[in-house]
Design a protein around this ligand. Structure first.
Ligand SMILES: [Zn+2]
Length: 201
């Protein structure tokens, strides 16, 4: 058994022992170290996504952790490796996938929403979802890789160049990450934020 945080119903999470299986072929058993709480997780917690989320549901798709065991046929990963998980699985056969839009696959499995996530002590995922973390990146920060990837994508789409001026409207977690990524790209960045509370952070 392992301990998991489970969404039960609106505004109700519980910590409970749950069964965990050994990793099957092509799968890896992880020990999550840190898990971020996404805005989507808050929507689920508030009961706003009950039509999609089947309770009890183990949430969590922003994470860092280490490999515990690998299943048959898994190569390139060893116990102790530091990893994060790319939490999307697509079928590769629907019209969305075939036109290159796997992220809106008609049978998308958003791990941590549509299938069990990382808010548990042991977690089995397909080895194909693993992203190796460098030793130089602390695991608490590494839990932010997934939302940071969103920011990297956005800054890339905006084609931000060194020396340009960038205004980020909204200083929430993703806005702050976009500002940091744009700054790392060499831009001069300003963040516009109406909330006095958020401006203080
Ligand atoms: Zn598809």
């Amino acid at each position: 058994m392992t301990l998991a945080v489970r969404y039960m119903t609106a505004r109700t999470l519980e910590t409970a022992p749950v069964e965990f299986s050994e990793p099957g072929p092509g799968e890896v058993l992880l020990a999550p170290s840190y898990v971020g709480i996404c805005g989507t997780d808050l929507h689920i917690f508030h009961g706003d996504m009950d039509a999609r989320v089947a309770a009890p549901a183990v949430l969590g798709h922003e994470m860092s952790g280490r490999v515990v065991r690998v299943g048959a046929g898994v190569e390139g990963w060893r116990p102790g490796d530091a990893v994060t998980v790319m939490p999307l699985r697509w079928d590769g056969t629907c019209s969305a996938c075939l036109s290159g839009h796997q992220h809106i696959c008609q049978r998308l499995d958003f791990i941590g929403i549509d299938s069990p996530g990382s808010m548990q002590q042991r977690w089995v995922v397909p080895a194909s979802t693993l992203i190796r973390l460098p030793d130089s990146l602390a695991l608490d920060r590494a839990a932010l890789v997934e939302p940071t990837a969103v920011a990297v994508h956005d800054v890339g789409r905006a084609d931000v160049r060194a020396g340009e001026r960038v205004v980020v409207v909204g200083g929430g977690p993703v806005g702050i990450l976009i500002a940091l990524v744009a700054r790392a790209a060499g831009a001069e960045v300003r963040v516009v934020e109406l909330s006095a509370h958020r401006r203080l952070l």
